[in-house]
Structures are given as C-alpha cells and as structure tokens.
Design a protein. Structure first.
Length: 530
C-alpha cells in the first residue's frame, strides 16, 4: 500500500521533549503501513541520534537520516522532503506533538478537497496561535483571507507533488523567517488551501528551558534583512493596493510594531532600542505605505505615527503607558456546580493605574486618551476608535499541567460605556461551560482548568484568570471563584452577591509597580462595596 503522509521532523538536541513528539507519531489512528515518519538529525549531541536509531530498528515506518549540523531547521526539512514517499508531507517540530487523529483526518480532508495545503487546528501550550483561523472548517480559503496570513509556521500538510512542481524548498543556513518564506510562496502558488478546524491536529509547546532557536536578542540589522526578504515576496506577487496592504499589515504588526511594545521594549539596553528603532523605521520607509496604517488597530496606528515622525523618545513613553495597562473582569455564574452546564456572565475591560481605560469624546468620535506629549504629536485619526466597536473577549479553559487551551463557547457584546466618570470599552460576555461537550464535543476528562478571559482592546491583549474549574471523575464540574494560586485575588462584600473582582498584572513588571497597582485595585474593590 502506498504511503499517504510523510511526517518530517528536524531534530536538534530536543532532550526529554523528544518523547512527546515520538509518542504522538506512534499513536496515530492512520495504519502504520499508510504513513511514515522521517527524523532528520541535524548533528545532535544529546543522545537523540542513538535513541532514534533504536526506534527505527523496531518500527518499519520510522526512518532516521543523520546530517552534519546546519544550524537551522531549513536544511533538515529539505532533506526530509527529498526522502519522503508520501502523497503529502507534514512538518512536525521535535518538541511538539500531533493529535492522535491528525494524519488520518488531514489526509482524508485534503483528498476530498484536492488541497495543495491544509492548515489543521493548532492549540498552543504557552504559545500564541491564531485561534480565529480555526473558528470553523473551510474547504477553500486564500492568502487574501486575513486569518490565513496570520499562520506562517510550517506545521501544515502539503501535497508533495505540489512542492515539486513549484520547486518549493526552505531557505537553508542559520537564518530567521525561513518558514515565512516557504509558507508564503506555497500560499501564493496553491490552487486549494483548506482549513480543518476539528479535531486538534497540532500541539504547539513553549519550551521551559527557553533554548529554542528563535529565543534571545537578535541583531536588528540581520533580522530585518530577513524581514525585507519576506516583504519582497509579497511585493513580487501583488500590485500596490488593498490586497498588498492586507498582507503587509500582518508583518507591520508582528515583525515591526510588536517589537516596540511595553515591558519587552523597555527592558532593552538604550543602544539596542536605538538600533532596533532605526531598522524598523528603515523598513517602514522602504516597504510599508501609509495606506497600511488604516488597517491597524489604534495602538499600532499610534506606534506607526511615532515611527514615521522619527520619535523614539515618545515610543518609549508610549511603551511605559502600555505597561501600566491591566485587565479587569467581574464574574457571575448561574447553575449548580456538578449538576450540568454553568453559565458565566462576565464584564471585562482594561484599566490604567486602576482606572478604566479612558476615551475622549469629540463629537461623534471617541479618541484614545494618551499622555499629553504623545497626543500633541499624533493625529486624531490615529487615536480614533472605530464605532460601533467590534471584536470582544474570549473565554478560555487552560488545563493545569500542560497549558492546553480550549475556547468556551459564548456570546460577547462590546460597547462604549461610562465607568468612574470615564468613557471606556467594556466587553459583556455570556459563556457556557458544559462538561459534556466543551472539549471539542466530547466529555471533559478529569482535570483542573483555569478559566481565563482574554481581551484584545485597542491593540492591547490582556488576560484575567477568573476561576478554576475542577472536572470530576463522573464528568461533573466544580467552579472555584478566583484565579489560580499563582495569581492574587481581591474580593469584597460583593462576593456575597456572587461577584468576584479579579486583576492580573503583567509578570514583566517590577515588584514596586506591581504592589502599587494592587493597592489601586484594592481601592476599586472597596468602591464596589459602597
């Protein structure tokens, strides 16, 4: 029988994390005769090569290829493509894992749609994933889908003949964004791109040892050389206009402006900040037209205005203001724990130094309130909040132990309301926890879950842990109000009304600022008692 899928795994010193990768490929529902796993060892020195050789000796569908160290995953992935026998190839990292039905479901879905590329549902374990992309299964999408362009990692299913036809290979050598180059070229060349939103196909893990290839400070000149290469691919495949702008705004947000945010930016040495800013400004001048700015959220528009104005000093001030933003949520529940579904009613928003994030009303427009020196530089258009306001918070269940995340279904209304004498953005969320269905339509296993509200407002994302959920052996649920033990909880007499006020503070803040914000939060809670 022919091989349906070849799983290609570049391996370099994964240590104990290799086991979950190996275990996930051995537990696939697809018969062993119908798939193969090719481990390409990139000169590992940690004992992984011998372990993989022993594994291949006992499993006919596992192959191991040993290479001299190349310094990056591009070459071993290319070696795997050349050796693959499958109709499709799938790229798996050595410290991540496949869902047990991943290969079977991805292959069947691809064959039904004649797909060149299939993006399978990914869940993050301490890693960000584009959850909006997996809101529903879609047989056909394109690179112009704004959710598709958010996913540029290579952990997808690709038709091998399609890769050969277009000569698609990863750039090799020690370099950044090699996966963006490969995936973007594949998106532009593909006739059919599909999205499989269920079941979970890929588990994307954050390594606790922080020794992944992409960690640490990067040289701005080198890194933005690679960014220019990626932007050049977009420009080569598009004409100036709305379509090109849609793709450019993704990189403007993530590869450029994201580097100028809050505590991370503030923590850099002064010289590094200046070098980083100079490279970002250069890329903006060369590749990002002003029409892209209109597609950005308010905070990113303000950052872009300061970049274009060559005001590094005010970007630092903006980052300080952003670092003071925290998430605040109030939780109410209905239903009896352990007896069936629980309805959660949550109001959530952002606060600055304990006060709601303020908006300035000017006629029919609402403008984001900022420090005066920034307001004096940026235009009203940059500070404007689109009305009616769109988007809204998401309620997540995050499992203790492995940080697996699931979205709790519900409804959300985002509106502009008055709080403490300020106009502010408020999310009203109604979500339901059903232990019989909330884990992808099946009964939840016995576990402890953190209930988390994730809100993205004006381009700032914050999370608030509002409760812990205990799933019992008989699939009942026990909801314990408040955040996990690692976060502090503030309560008041409002607790007797079934309300809990919770504030979480960025782990990047220093202790003095953290204590100050908690004192401010305590005052807010006391006001609730009046």
């Amino acid at each position: 029988m022919s091989v349906k899928v070849s799983v290609i795994v570049p391996v370099y010193n994964p240590g104990p994390f290799l086991e979950r990768c190996v275990d996930s490929v051995l537990r696939q529902s697809l018969p062993e005769t119908e798939y193969e796993t090719i481990f390409v060892d990139d000169g590992s020195t940690d004992g992984s090569p011998a372990h993989l050789d022993a594994l291949a000796a006992t499993h006919a569908n596992i192959r191991v290829i040993h290479e001299e160290n190349s310094g990056w995953p591009g070459k071993p992935r290319n070696v795997g493509i050349a050796a693959a026998l499958g109709e499709y190839v799938f790229f798996l990292d050595d410290d991540d894992a496949l869902g047990p039905q991943a290969l079977e479901r991805l292959y069947d879905f691809a064959m039904r749609n004649g797909s060149d590329v299939v993006i399978g549902k990914t869940t993050g374990h301490g890693r960000w994933v584009p959850a909006r992309l997996f809101a529903r299964t879609r047989d056909r999408v394109t690179v112009w889908d704004d959710a598709v362009i958010e996913s540029l990692t290579p952990h997808k299913l690709f038709r091998r003949a399609f890769l050969a036809e277009h000569g698609l290979r990863f750039p090799e050598g020690r370099r950044r964004l090699e996966d963006h180059v490969f995936v973007l070229e594949a998106y532009f060349a593909a006739s059919v791109i599909s999205v499989l939103a269920d079941p979970v196909c890929y588990h994307f893990y954050q390594r606790p040892d922080q020794e992944g290839a992409s960690t640490g400070l990067t040289d701005p000149h080198d890194y933005y050389g690679y960014v220019r290469e990626v932007l050049g691919i977009i420009e080569a495949h598009t004409e100036p206009g709305p379509r090109r702008d849609l793709l450019l705004q993704r990189h403007a947000r993530i590869q450029l402006l994201n580097r100028l945010h809050g505590p991370r930016f503030l923590g850099h040495p002064t010289g590094y900040k200046a070098a980083l800013f100079a490279e970002i400004r250069s890329v903006v001048e060369e590749h990002i037209p002003s029409t892209v700015d209109e597609l950005l959220g308010p905070l990113n528009r303000i950052q872009m205005a300061l970049v274009r104005a060559d005001r590094l000093d005010l970007l630092v001030e903006l980052a300080r203001w952003e670092a003071r933003l925290t998430g605040v949520a109030v939780l109410e529940t209905t239903g009896r724990p352990g007896s069936g579904p629980l309805d959660l009613v949550i109001e959530a928003g952002l606060a600055v130094d304990g006060r709601p994030l303020g908006l300035e009303r000017r006629g029919e427009r609402f403008l984001l309130k900022l420090p005066a020196e920034i307001t004096a530089i940026v235009s009203d258009d940059a500070r404007a909040i689109a009305t009616p306001v769109t988007g809204g918070a998401t309620v997540l269940a995050r499992r203790h132990g492995d940080a697996a995340e699931l979205t709790i279904p519900g409804r959300v209304e985002r509106r502009i309301a008055e709080r403490q004498g300020l106009c502010t953005i408020v999310d009203s969320v109604e979500a339901t926890i059903d232990p019989g269905t909330f884990t992808s339509g099946s009964a939840a296993p016995q576990a402890t879950w953190a209930v988390v509200v994730r809100m993205g407002i004006v381009g700032v994302t914050r999370e608030v842990h509002v409760a812990q959920l205990e799933v019992t052996a008989d699939h009942g649920v026990v909801l314990r109000r408040g955040p996990p033990a690692r976060a502090r909880r503030l309560t008041s007499r409002a607790r007797h009304l079934g309300l809990v006020a919770v504030m979480t503070v960025s782990r990047h803040m220093d202790d003095r600022l953290r204590r100050r914000l908690w004192h401010v939060a305590a005052r807010i809670v006391r006001r609730l008692d009046r």
